[in-house]
Design a protein around this ligand. Sequence first.
Ligand SMILES: NC(=O)C1=CN([C@@H]2O[C@H](COP(=O)(O)OP(=O)(O)OC[C@H]3O[C@@H](n4cnc5c(N)ncnc54)[C@H](OP(=O)(O)O)[C@@H]3O)[C@@H](O)[C@H]2O)C=CC1
Ligand SMILES: O=C(O)[C@@H]1CCC=N1
Length: 267
Amino acid sequence: MGELIAILGAGKMGEALLSGVLRAGRRPSELVVTARREERGALLRERYGVEVVTNAEAARTARTLILAVKPQDMGVLLDELRPHVTPDRLVISMAAGITCAFIEDRLPDGVPVIRVMSNTPVLVDEAMSVVSAGSHAGEEHLKIAEELLSPVGKVLRIPEALQDGATALSGSGPAYFYYLVEAMVDAGILLGMPRAAALEMVIQSAVGAAVMLRDSGEHPVMLREAVTSPGGTTIAAIRELERHGVRAAVIEAIEAARNRGRELAEG
Ligand SMILES: NC(=O)C1=CN([C@@H]2O[C@H](COP(=O)(O)OP(=O)(O)OC[C@H]3O[C@@H](n4cnc5c(N)ncnc54)[C@H](OP(=O)(O)O)[C@@H]3O)[C@@H](O)[C@H]2O)C=CC1
Ligand SMILES: O=C(O)[C@@H]1CCC=N1
């Protein structure tokens, strides 16, 4: 069986992880992928030189099975895998909302399951991934998941009870920042900036702020205070953000994402 890794349902996240694992030095022969559509499989084979197999074949041959289908497709996939998976394999799920128990209930008894929530910056080796162990998974399984994910970003262990919260915070997190960038560019347009110039100003401000957040060791409040001059321009903007309840909207939006995650396992 070797140490073959299979990515089942290699769509956006599966492909992102595949490319990251290859960048980290694994050979294409150490990986196989599965796809629902033939042309998707052909594209992955051509782009990465990996073999495309059926789900059943992946389950029979790979030591680690990474499930990267949508939560809604997980039940069907697990039904396909059940006859072929044995407890000497490791199943890693990347799906939002799907609990380890949901997977354990649909596979033979004793199969170790790790639940992961990552995010699209996997593509640039800046992912935030959080991992939790199911009831048959232990330290050695968490280590395998961490070893796979750490070349493509940061990895944190969390209790599974916090996974839906992490999905809302860091899984979806990049989307909130892109949304803010869109809104700021719109503001630039309103102020008469050319679109390309507005986009460049906003993106570079976002990159600068992100690097300072990561590297300065300062709390975000301190960094914002340093920008906010007494009687100046920034406080005029902050007053409007507060008046429109942006902080409360962010808190409620992320709570809604957490709640949606809880619904997803129900189909
Ligand atoms: N996008 C994101 O930012 C994040 C997504 N996730 C999670 O990752 C998972 C994948 O999301 P994402 O990559 O966006 O979705 P995609 O739809 O891009 O990828 C899922 C892929 O699985 C394929 N598929 C579905 N059923 C099967 C099957 N039975 N056998 C083989 N392949 C199958 C789909 O085929 P087809 O192309 O025909 O639909 C598709 O290519 C989800 O569970 C999501 O919750 C987690 C973190 C972030
Ligand atoms: O929107 C979603 O459901 C997925 C999970 C986290 C990010 N994208």
